[in-house]
Design a binder for this molecule. Structure first.
Ligand code: NAG
Ligand code: NAG
Length: 302
């Protein structure tokens, strides 16, 4: 009988211990060093009114913390496409850090329920601020005023986040990309401009070169013409001299023959003169000549 009592007591003790553990466990909650939160009674649906920081907390059984980060969290937009003032599509990579204002946590929870609901709204507002800022910048400003764009995006997001009880720091614009067709159009324009510049620089040099070539050709032509003129003159002079020499020679010969046949000279007959010429021809001949001739002109006349 006493052993039966014993078992019942043991069971009761165990049940009590388990219940105590369960109650303690559900009424003890911990916040980490990077967390803040507000107690929420899940049974009576009551939200606490103080923001708690790191530590171990007790409360009515069934309470929990609605937890938010107490440190800055990064929000990143990658390849965010946005139209600029000129209607050109710009692709942006932007990162910034934000956190909820701890003194306004209760308001934030009442409005947005929890961290997920809040983050969603912050993301949406951030993106909207980026689009809006983008629409105030034209394409050349994106190139020339990058720092200003970054500043303006940050200011715009800060204004919106202030209304949502969030603090924001450190915005980085990691990339601003224009569409590839736009980039390649810009590049080919730059190349064409460079080509024109090079051609313009080359122009005087090429003109000078061409001028020099023309002058050289002209000089060369003059030299050739002068040479030809001079050669022609020399040839003409030589021909003239030679012809004059030949004429003089024949004149002398004619005079000599005249003396031979003239009555006042040797008074040769025509036959005698021809014989004389024949003898001279034979005398001049280098090879032996065999011919039959009448006896030469008589030297003695009967
Ligand atoms: C804070 O909450 C307690 C109950 O949790 C309530 O009694 C008290 O009136 C609240 N104070 C303010 C200022 O709301
Ligand atoms: C871009 O904006 C700047 C400043 O407002 C202006 O000077 C420039 O002419 C604009 N460029 C174009 C292509 O509209």
């Amino acid at each position: 009988m006493s052993s039966c009592k014993c078992v019942v007591i043991t069971v009761i003790v165990l049940v009590v211990i388990i219940t105590v553990i369960a109650v303690v466990a559900t009424s003890l909650k911990k916040l980490d060093s990077d967390e803040i939160g507000i107690k929420y009674d899940t049974i009576r649906k009551i939200l606490g009114n103080t923001t708690e920081r790191e530590g171990l907390y007790t409360g009515l059984p069934g309470f929990k913390f609605i937890i938010f980060p107490s440190v800055y969290t990064s929000l990143t937009f990658n390849h965010l496409e946005s139209l600029n003032k000129d209607g050109v599509q710009i692709v942006l990579d932007i990162t910034y850090q934000y956190k909820v204002r701890s003194d306004k946590l209760r308001e934030v929870i009442l409005e947005f329920r929890d961290k997920d609901g809040y983050t969603k709204i912050l993301k949406y507002e951030g993106e909207s601020a980026i689009h809006e800022t983008c629409s105030h910048f034209n394409t050349s400003q994106f190139q020339a005023e990058r720092a200003n764009f970054q500043k303006k995006v940050k200011e715009n997001i800060m204004v919106r986040y202030k209304k949502l009880n969030a603090e924001m720091t450190d915005l980085q614009v990691n990339n601003i990309a224009r569409p590839t067709e736009y980039e390649s159009a810009i590049r080919s324009k730059e190349r064409a401009r460079e080509d024109i510049r090079v051609a313009n620089n080359e122009r005087p040099r090429l003109l000078t070169e061409a001028d020099t070539q023309i002058r050289e050709a002209e000089t060369q032509a003059k030299i050739i013409i002068d040479k030809a003129d001079s050669a022609a003159r020399i040839l003409a002079n030589r021909a003239l001299t030679e012809s004059q020499a030949i004429i003089a020679q024949y004149e002398k010969e004619a005079e000599a023959y005249k003396k031979i046949v003239e009555a006042s000279g040797l008074g040769f007959t025509i036959d005698g003169f021809i014989s004389y010429l024949g003898v001279r021809v034979i005398a001049k001949a280098t090879n032996p000549v065999y011919i039959g001739l009448d006896s030469p002109a008589k030297t003695v006349y009967p």
